[in-house]
Design a protein around this ligand. Structure first.
Ligand code: ZN
Length: 521
């Protein structure tokens, strides 16, 4: 475990006067590159801990989080638990207070992993179709049955008028009338399953003819999936997709009501998995504003290891180390913990590292659905997450212009010589694609602080994003990691010290949620 940034390091065995001279030189270097954006409001970081972060300590923290031994930190796997433990012990070392309900700095998060059957067969028209070829089991228990086929249009509730499907296999078109694309089909799946189950069907087979290539769909949908284990399982019956590339099956089944089908499937396995969000807090110094919290968040999970887990995996390297995504964010939050605990700001600070982000923002969703501190006391959330960087003279702020904290964010970055780039890829909808969105949806102003990039197609992003190349090796810019972490920490401090709490920019889509949460914007 690397040392705390504040532990005396034997390497710096210099007299205090010499140390002060070095610090002064470092600080004046940082300040000389600082544009005077806000004359009068800017106070130099002076002796603040973020000005003294040790580059080698941050490098060691990042190398640990992104190490091959953690096997890509897949939610529910031991590598992710080790990553969580590392963060919790740093929170302890920094002196963070545990949040009631998160003893040992951990909020347990219950997950359900569903694993598709290895084998399934559907026999019709003297052919046998197999799982992974023309057939894809989407859900449901095991089945081994012969039954009549009943064609039921799109399989929506109205399509069952006048049909008797009890004990039969319902065959329907995927999607909705006029919309056969895969997203529409997946969104409609629960409603269709419920309708089929309600009418006593034995199984539901959808005929897929969408634009997304079938092999892509098979590779994506035949992987194990992770979901929060919260609701009782919805109507569950064997639910399959059949690739109907030219509409032949739809034609023949529509005109062949009652024809026999034979269906066999091993069914989905459901495995309970527990993971954890890691959190702790720092009490603010101001007599009133200490009841308000600034929330600092980063996800620590990543994609795991294995060639099925993403593009770019080879037999030589199939570990998705996630150095940029999001070991960088974890390092930023860890060191913010040390710096803000050492010199607390006016407001209190809640620091959190989330599990399950890569599986669908699940850890942060679970926290906002099961908050351990009242959400209406959380006045601002600054998430940190990223795909990569291509401009190390800046940070990219996903959500710049959407909250009134922009001047503080610019000041925090400028203090460490960094510019701020607004969301360069609005078409990617990045604001709603990281953990910040669950806070935003509750009304809490919550942008995401990212390493600097100007386009999602920048080589510094595209070459690494969700690929095994995203490693802590010689390609990685550790000098930038230092300034990025300093800028994040100092921005958090400025927001936590601001006399006025920042709000959404008037007219923001999340403004109404803020009014509902706080009673006022
Ligand atoms: Zn990420």
């Amino acid at each position: 475990m690397p040392p705390s940034p504040f532990a005396p390091t034997p390497r710096v065995a210099v007299p205090m006067a010499a140390l002060t001279a070095v610090l002064t030189a470092v600080l004046s270097a940082a300040c000389s590159t600082t544009p005077a954006l806000h004359p009068g409001s800017s106070h130099p970081p002076g002796p603040l801990p973020e000005a003294r972060f040790d580059a080698r300590t941050l490098e060691a923290q990042l190398r640990f989080q992104a190490a091959d031994e953690l096997m890509g930190r897949l939610t529910g796997e031991p590598g992710a638990d080790v990553a969580a433990r590392f963060i919790a012990e740093h929170f302890r070392a920094a002196g963070l207070r545990p949040v009631p309900g998160a003893e040992d700095y951990a909020q347990p998060v219950p997950f359900l992993r569903t694993v598709p059957p290895a084998e399934a067969h559907l026999a019709l028209f003297d052919q046998t179709l197999r799982q992974g070829d023309e057939l894809l089991v989407l859900d449901g228990p095991p089945i081994d049955a012969e039954a009549e086929a009943v064609y039921a249009g799109h399989g929506l509730p109205d399509d069952y008028d006048g049909l008797d499907v009890a004990g039969k296999i319902v065959v329907v078109r995927a999607g909705r009338p006029g919309d056969g694309n895969v997203q529409a089909a997946l969104r409609a799946a629960a409603e269709k399953r419920a309708a089929a189950a309600e009418h006593g069907a034995l199984a539901l087979v959808e005929l897929y003819r969408g634009a997304l290539p079938w092999p892509t769909l098979v590779s994506y949908l035949s992987r194990p999936r992770l979901a929060l284990d919260e609701a009782p399982p919805a109507a569950s019956l064997p639910h399959l997709w059949l690739h109907d590339s030219d509409g032949t099956y739809a034609d023949r089944l529509q005109h062949g009501q009652g024809m026999p089908l034979a269906l066999r499937s091993g069914g989905f396995r459901r495995i309970r998995v527990t993971s954890r969000n890691v959190l702790g807090w720092i009490e603010g110094r101001h007599p009133e504003r200490r009841h308000e919290f600034v929330v600092l968040t980063a996800h620590y999970d990543h994609l795991g290891a294995g060639r099925a887990n993403g593009p770019g995996a080879t037999p030589a390297d199939s570990i998705f180390n996630g150095a940029r995504d999001n070991a960088m964010g974890v390092v930023a939050v860890l060191n913010a913990a040390y710096a803000l605990a050492a010199v607390p700001p006016d407001r209190s600070v809640l620091l959190m590292a989330f599990t399950g982000e890569e599986s669908g923002l699940l850890g942060s969703r679970y926290y906002t659905e099961h908050p351990l501190l009242p959400l209406d006391q959380m006045v601002y959330a600054l998430n940190v997450d990223g795909a990569g960087y291509s401009d190390t003279s800046a940070v990219t702020l996903i959500g710049l212009g959407r909250t009134t904290a922009d001047p503080l964010i610019r000041q925090g970055a400028a203090t460490f010589g960094l510019d701020v780039i607004p969301d360069p890829a609005p078409e990617q909808n990045l604001f709603d694609r990281s953990d910040n969105v669950h806070f935003a949806a509750r009304g809490i102003p919550a942008p995401t602080f990212s390493p600097g990039f100007r386009a999602f197609s920048d080589p510094g992003v595209a070459h690494y994003y969700h690929r095994p190349t995203d490693e802590a090796n010689d390609d990685f810019d550790f000098a930038y990691l230092l300034r990025f972490t300093q800028a994040y920490t100092h921005t958090a401090r400025l927001i936590a010290n601001a006399a006025e709490r920042p709000t959404w920019t008037p007219g923001d889509p999340y403004e109404a949620a803020a009014r509902a949460l706080y009673g006022t914007q």
